[in-house]
Ligand binder design. Structure first.
Ligand code: DGL
Length: 279
């Protein structure tokens, strides 16, 4: 099959609805600094967490097509909501028409693979967006891979808006995080590990830790997804060769770039000069 996209080696695409994907990108770049990356945040349309399946799917497909048009052979959906609601359709239906040699990977499976090694009580908590929690993606994947683990989920509809509206450090964040952490922990006193099942939530890590019982492990996905990508590239040398190596990162956002760049710079710890894109 001929492809409509460039076949030259190209950056790895990393997509999220907004700032959250930067928590994944930062860890991927620490683990795999040699590759080039394009980050795309759909900040203008975030949050995705309350949106319908159809909309999350349409927005995610637009983002994937955009990153393919930039030449990316491999795209990471650094977003649980998109991984839960759009990944399967894109992998099973759209890739065949777009370009079957390109790959789109999500963040839920690598997280679920690791959780079996982390929990001792086999009682695991999940914080996620309403979309991720309602999709039952974690419950289904964990039941398949670790049938002995019992899952307790809690949706936190206010957490992503707190991050996207730069309120992560304010007292409003304390109010909602305390309330949601208590609601999850009230479901079962034996929960020993809690997955931050939304890539925005590591940006609220200190406050989540503050309100969670001290012996409960709070699991961030960044290091897990980074290691899983490293393993994937080792297992797939044909894809590894198609990822360009220059250590660069282009940042793009559907929001006004001058609004995105200052906060993104804080999250990734270096100066970001993002480009505005239209999907
Ligand atoms: N950061 C995303 C996730 O991992 C989506 C958050 C949102 O847009 O609601 O689910």
């Amino acid at each position: 099959m001929t492809t409509k996209y460039s076949t030259k080696p190209a950056p790895i695409g990393v997509f999220d609805s907004g700032f959250g994907g930067l928590s994944i990108l930062r860890e991927i770049r620490k683990t795999l600094p040699q590759y080039d990356y394009i980050f795309l945040g759909d900040n203008a349309r975030a949050p995705y967490g309350n949106r319908s399946y159809q909309l999350v799917y349409e927005f995610t497909l637009q983002a994937v097509k955009h990153l393919f048009e930039q030449g990316c052979h491999l795209v990471i959906l650094a977003c649980n909501t998109a991984s839960a609601k759009a990944l399967r359709s894109i992998q099973q239906r759209d890739l065949a028409n777009l370009d079957p040699s390109r790959r789109v990977l999500g963040v839920i499976r690598p997280t679920v693979e690791q959780i079996g090694k982390i929990t001792t009580t086999r009682k695991v908590g999940i914080f996620g967006t309403p979309g991720t929690v309602q999709s039952l993606s974690y419950d289904i994947e964990i039941a398949k891979m670790h049938p002995d683990i019992k899952v307790f989920s809690h949706a936190c509809p206010m957490w992503v808006p707190l991050v996207e509206n730069r309120e992560s450090d304010g007292p409003g964040a304390d109010y909602f995080i305390k309330k949601d952490v208590e609601a999850l922990m009230a479901q079962c006193s034996e929960i020993d590990s809690v997955i931050l099942g939304c890539t925005h939530y590591p940006l609220l890590y200190d406050k989540i830790k503050k309100y969670a019982p001290t012996d409960v492990k709070i699991i961030e996905q960044g290091p897990i997804v980074a290691q899983s990508l490293k393993d994937y590239l080792e297992r797939h040398p044909e894809m590894e060769q198609r990822c360009s190596k220059g250590g660069t990162c282009i940042y793009s956002t559907t929001e006004d770039a001058s609004r995105f760049s200052p906060l993104a710079s804080i999250f990734v710890n270096h100066t970001v000069n993002a480009q505005h894109v239209i999907l």
